[in-house]
Design a protein around this ligand. Sequence first.
Ligand SMILES: Cc1ncc(COP(=O)(O)O)c(C=O)c1O
Length: 351
Amino acid sequence: MPTLDQLETPVLTADLDAVERNIAGMQSYCDEHGLVLRPHIKTHKLPEVARMQVDAGARGLTCQKLGEAEVMADAGFDDILISFPLVGEAKAERLAALARRVDMGVVGDSAAAATALAEVLARHGLEADFLVECDTGFARTGVQSPEAAAELAALVGRLEGLRFAGLMTYPTLPESGPWLRAAREAIERAGLTVECVSGGGTPTARRTHELGEVTELRVGTYVYGDRSCIANGSVPLDDCALRVVATVVSRPTRERAIIDAGSKTLTSDPAAGATGFGLIVEHPEAEVYNLNEEHGYVDVSACERPPEIGEHVTIVPNHACVTANMHDDVRMHRGGEIVATLRTAARGKVT
Ligand SMILES: Cc1ncc(COP(=O)(O)O)c(C=O)c1O
């Protein structure tokens, strides 16, 4: 078996022991607090890791896009929530094709989208669960008030093709609790049952139980961790499984090293609470201060022994989900020994 330092770079790697720890840790948190865990596969895009999550006790999967859901359904997963609004006839038809073979759930925040999906599903004699998406403070998608949530729930309750199943929000914030409670109570007063209240986001995941209202947790990044997770305290460095191994290819000056990992390898996503484009584990005092497509610029002026040409460096990316999506495959290792190469099956599935 090759070891990490024998790999040609740049290369995406994941520490399987850390992945297993992260899966077990989040599952036991959910079990302890009676929460359903529905991991978001947008982070890893790997059926093999999704299988580990379900085998550990996850109820089903969350996907952001239909293309991801199609990959996961093909891999044998039969309970999938799509947590991104589905709009347009083509998407409704693809949802119907999925709903014909697996249990599907969708989210939405408008009567227009719900009605259009319901029409297509009903025409095919199919049904999908529908969660009303609630904007509980993030100001992205979602209905804007508990009353609007109740109104959309009532409409969905009358539609053939959709089954009103509950509420959904992202991210789960401290203020989400009272918001969701007001929505649930308004919906229940109208005679509907709120089976599921789905919350999400790794940074606040382990405080979900404090809200009292959330019954299901959708988390993605927890499985790999990243530099943002280190900064917000949700995943410590040792559990950050996903790392890019890169090589120093040039040392034009005492202060500057150039590595073979640029924006096409690391992505240019920032990490809240940290500067630069990734954490170099062997040289935490160095800073990846700029990226071109294939070049990473590293300020090594603070390093006592800066890396020389040909040396490998290990980088914790700022944002695991987008970094994983840049790579055809990921080398899984245990203690530096490669144990599997997994194809990123749902890579690039953005439709
Ligand atoms: C709708 C939705 N649910 C869940 C998640 C999972 O969040 P995280 O990766 O922080 O766990 C995301 C992340 O973007 C999301 O957009």
